[in-house]
Design a protein around this ligand. Sequence first.
Ligand code: PEP
Ligand code: MG
Length: 319
Amino acid sequence: RREQALAAAKEDARTADGKRIQVFANIGSLNDIELALQSGAEGVGLFRTEFLYLENDHWPTEEEQYEAYRRVLEAFNPNPVIIRTLDIGGDKDLPYADLPKEENPFLGHRAIRFCFSHPEIFKTQLRALLRASVHGTLWIMFPMIENVSEIRQAKELLAECRAELVNEGVQVAETIPVGIMIEVPAAAVTADLLAPEVDFMSIGTNDLTQYTLAADRGNEQVAHLYDAAHPAVLRLVRQTCLAGKKAGIPVGMCGELAGDTNMTEILVGLGLDELSMSAGAIPEVKARIRSVQTDAAEAKSERALAQSDPDAVRRIAQE
Ligand code: PEP
Ligand code: MG
């Protein structure tokens, strides 16, 4: 039975009526690669690169980063690996960086905002990514995007790094899809304007939930309010999926909700193309996908969107 389950986990996941849903892994260090592969990950939907910065006593060099990116790309080759650029801010402690304390770090100078004001640090990472791109299928993803000019600025810096490397005679993959995380409500609400600028979008429900519900994701006292199954969050997910379809680009989800097995049917019904989660959840999510009928899932998700609180959504999900 166990062997059967493991073998099934390695197969692609299609709904009962044949719609393919890609099931990827979230990984937060090179140590996570093995388990992700064993669990049937068809790629990496979110490689959090923060560990390179947090588990270090200096800003990681281009060479150090290149080595890490190359290893994960080779491990999953030819499957895609979505590497997210640095998402760091006032809530994290980098002993060597001396980041100023912020009153509201989650509303502050984090992620892409931090990278734009530290272009040398950002460009070091982009150069390492571009160099590693020849070792597998790299997709680059920018965090905390909330408007179109941020996308353009990030893409410009990426193009600048590419030109530098080409000039230096370094090989870089011809096409590298560039995408964004949808984790700020503004980005979800305007996803139709952002989608034409990128090759893919991935919904980060951890931040999207805290920003939408004004409930700090790490604060126990408001944990009862923090639920990604809130219809407000699901409506933003729906809106993002529709925008992706209209622009002809795939939409994934890499927040914790993606690995919530009770919600799989509703997520398929909302129109997600890819779900990325911690490795442990992959076999069960694949099994759930296989039992889904997409028209029934769509009807269920419509009903979920009409509820006024997350508990009602979760009751529907359990039916
Ligand atoms: C998210 O916000 O949902 C996400 C996947 O990113 P992180 O948890 O690293 O903030
Ligand atoms: Mg996030």
